[in-house]
Design a protein around this ligand. Structure first.
Ligand code: FPP
Length: 276
């Protein structure tokens, strides 16, 4: 059998909650509520598959433009979801982190975030990153401001700014960059998500609405990733040569664990290593 790969880090834009609710003549809130259940399932799939980091876009800097009632529902949902789930996440060794400007959130939510991060800080399982009031441009500007401040303080020379120094001061600096980006709900945009960190990420778009993104859908995304050849700027021949030698450069990748004793999954796609 070939040795298919799994992504170390998956980043997801969870889109389609509102449409899912509308199709069922339900209020938009019901779609977000159903979306939380999908979050729970996807965390579990990632843990089972040995994914190391899962980053979810829960609330963008632009989402404040939504009707006040919906923003308020979402804040309530974040609070209740955190209160209900945090002990289970902790028991399962999940480390929770929140990225984004949390200062605009209700005080109660800010306090819960601090407590949840503190509780799970030393966990060694999946790192679950929730991007909340996050924007990719915000992240870049925040980093640029910090570097400018270091120069003003005489701690840094502008000539010493490199890509790796810049990256080391951004959100997620200590984590591997996303290998796989998934967006549900049919739109094919990055929507100001992890702009810097997605430079070499494989993109996967599906029309499936987030509340319907079940295990089968998740595995299709994983299989799509496993079937791609990641070149990181090299030629295909170079990558195949490195793979033959068994020491691929770039992000570490490990075998996809197939359930059912390695039997093909429904809608199975060839998982060959280098068939791009
Ligand atoms: C986008 O769908 C979804 C959001 C802006 C909110 C996502 C939040 C959740 C799934 C809850 C997650 C909770 C935790 C604790 C991580 P949309 O409303 O834009 O859908 P539409 O495009 O169909 O209108």
């Amino acid at each position: 059998m070939t040795t298919p790969r799994i992504p170390r880090h998956i980043a997801i834009i969870m889109d389609g909650n509102g449409r899912w609710a509308k199709q069922r003549m339900l209020p938009r809130y019901a779609g977000h509520h159903a979306g939380v259940e999908t979050v729970r399932q996807v965390v579990s799939h990632c843990t089972q598959q040995g994914v190391e980091v899962l980053t979810l876009f829960a609330f963008s800097s632009e989402n404040w433009r939504r009707p006040a009632q919906e923003v308020s529902w979402l804040m309530e949902l974040f609070i209740t979801a955190l209160q209900r789930e945090i002990n289970k996440l902790h028991k399962n060794q999940v480390q929770l982190r929140i990225i984004g400007d949390r200062s605009a959130f209700p005080t109660k939510l800010q306090e819960l975030i601090v407590q949840s991060e503190e509780l799970t800080r030393n966990n060694t399982g999946l790192t679950l990153v929730i991007a909340a009031n996050y924007g990719g441009r915000w992240d870049i500007v925040k980093t640029a401001k910090h570097l400018a401040w270091q120069i003003e303080q005489g701690q840094l020379n502008s000539e010493d700014i490199t890509e790796s120094l810049f990256a080391s001061q951004m959100s997620l600096a200590d984590l591997p960059e996303p290998d796989l980006f998934i967006r549900t709900g049919g739109e094919k945009r990055v929507s100001n998500f992890l702009l810097w960190q997605l430079a070499y990420t494989e993109m996967y778009f599906t029309d499936t609405l987030w509340p319907d993104f079940n295990k089968e859908q998740f595995m299709l995304a994983m299989e799509s990733f496993a079937s791609r050849q990641r070149r990181f700027g090299r030629t295909g021949d170079q990558v195949e040569e490195v793979e033959k030698r068994g020491s691929p450069e770039g992000p570490k990748e490990v075998c996809l664990r197939l359930e059912g004793g390695g039997k093909p999954l429904k809608n199975h796609i060839d998982l060959g290593l280098s068939n791009a």
